[in-house]
Design a protein around this ligand. Structure first.
Ligand code: FNR
Length: 379
């Protein structure tokens, strides 16, 4: 690991290498935001503006990042956010990340539209596994999916609220990305010229929406894509969350919250946590930076339920910044996939090392023994 830390000390180093090693369509799918990408850039610039005031001369301190969430102890308040079509970025991504998450003690969230099923990934993630739900419109489908997720051992369900409609991802269009992918000569060429990625496809198969394809008669990619658009989106309401609450006995997290009023209503209908996020800047280009929305939501909620955060986190310092503004647990999406793209199946573990090591260091620099003490270090 020391060697990896010398060669790739920061997430940006993984990002640069992933950009070289991934086929163009995989890279563009992962890296793009929506519209002019201003929301994605704002996530970064607003995080960088958050300052922490060090408190010094405390003698020897031993920062300890262990964090209990929903009764489960994690090595650090860090998790992998759910990414759809994950195998298009790195074939076998969710299996690799789930294993690494369990081995290291950080959370892993599997997307409804991932390329691996809850049955495959749940047992690998163990206590570290959560499942993200794009809300099926059909009751029978929803009920069956929730049974499967429960049967696979998941106890925490993340309902994503911030996709009322698919967004216009201009950059993805320009890169001719269809989700799921359409096999064209262009795609074939990009694949064969990126052998690490192609070898991973040979091991794991062509990426498909494996969790939901069983609800269709045919599994042609076009049929599945149409089904995803027509059946999994646009139906979410607070009543819907209340219905899921009545059915799901585990924890419910509502993801994609930016407005304190939405946070409040989520709790009113039974959410056990709210997840502040603007989807990594992939839905609304005019969205505020997610970090700018965090303080007001944390103030609204107080200690009632945990507040989770993502969007733009690229370092342990960013995790510390989010915690200082009220987050109890912080997720990253792209950084873990930069790790996979750069280093293959073990890359997610290295991304975690970078984030965790950075968080520990910031806790040292600011005189904080527990993550929650970072709250007193804001300016
Ligand atoms: C996402 N995100 C996402 N969120 C979700 O709830 N379900 C999903 O299927 C997806 N799919 C997805 C694909 C890709 C390629 C990206 C980059 C993101 C959003 C994700 O969970 C998370 O909110 C953001 O990735 C966080 O921002 P950063 O860490 O990538 O800056």
């Amino acid at each position: 690991m020391a060697d990896l830390m010398d060669r790739f000390p920061a997430i940006e180093d993984l990002e640069r290498r992933a950009k070289r090693r991934l086929p163009h369509f995989s890279w563009e799918y992962l890296a793009s935001g929506t519209g002019d990408e201003s929301a994605m850039h704002r996530n970064r610039s607003a995080l960088l503006d958050v300052e922490l005031l060090p408190q010094l001369m405390k003698g020897v301190i031993e920062p300890d990042t262990r964090t209990t969430l929903f009764g489960v102890e994690h090595a650090a308040p860090i998790g992998v956010a759910p990414l759809g079509m994950s195998g298009l970025i790195w074939p076998g991504a969710d299996q690799a990340l789930a294993r690494t998450a369990r081995a290291n003690g950080f959370a892993h969230v599997l997307s409804t539209v991932a390329t691996a099923t809850p049955e495959d990934v749940g047992p690998l993630a163990g206590d570290m596994g959560w499942f993200q739900l794009y809300p099926p419109r059909d009751d029978a489908l929803r009920s069956d999916l929730l049974d499967r997720v429960e049967g696979a051992g998941y106890r925490t369900l993340v309902i994503t609220a911030d996709v009322p409609k698919g967004s216009r991802r201009e950059r993805q269009r320009k890169a001719h990305i269809r989700v799921p992918p359409k096999i064209t000569p262009r795609l074939m060429w990009q694949s064969v010229t990126h052998p690490a990625w192609s070898m991973a496809v040979l091991r794991h198969g062509i990426p498909r929406f494996r969790t939901i394809e069983q609800y269709l008669d045919g599994t042609s990619l076009t049929a599945v894509a149409g089904f995803v658009g027509a059946s999994l989106g646009g139906s979410l309401s607070f009543d819907y969350v209340a219905e899921v609450r009545a059915r799901w006995t585990g924890n419910i997290v509502v993801k994609g919250i930016l407005d304190p009023a939405d946070a409040r209503r989520s709790i009113d209908v039974g959410a056990d946590a709210v997840w502040v996020s603007n989807h990594g800047g992939r839905q609304l280009e005019a969205s505020p930076a997610a970090i700018s929305c965090l303080p007001a939501i944390a103030a609204e909620i107080g200690d009632e339920v945990p507040v989770l955060f993502d969007s733009g986190v690229r370092s342990g310092a960013d995790i510390a910044r989010a915690i200082s503004l009220g987050a109890d647990f912080v997720f990253a999406g792209r950084p873990f996939y930069f790790g996979l793209g750069a280093l293959g199946a073990d890359g997610g573990g290295h991304a975690y090392e970078i984030l965790h090591d950075g968080l520990l260091n910031v806790m040292h620099q600011t005189g904080c023994v527990r993550p929650a003490e970072l709250r007193e270090r804001t300016r």
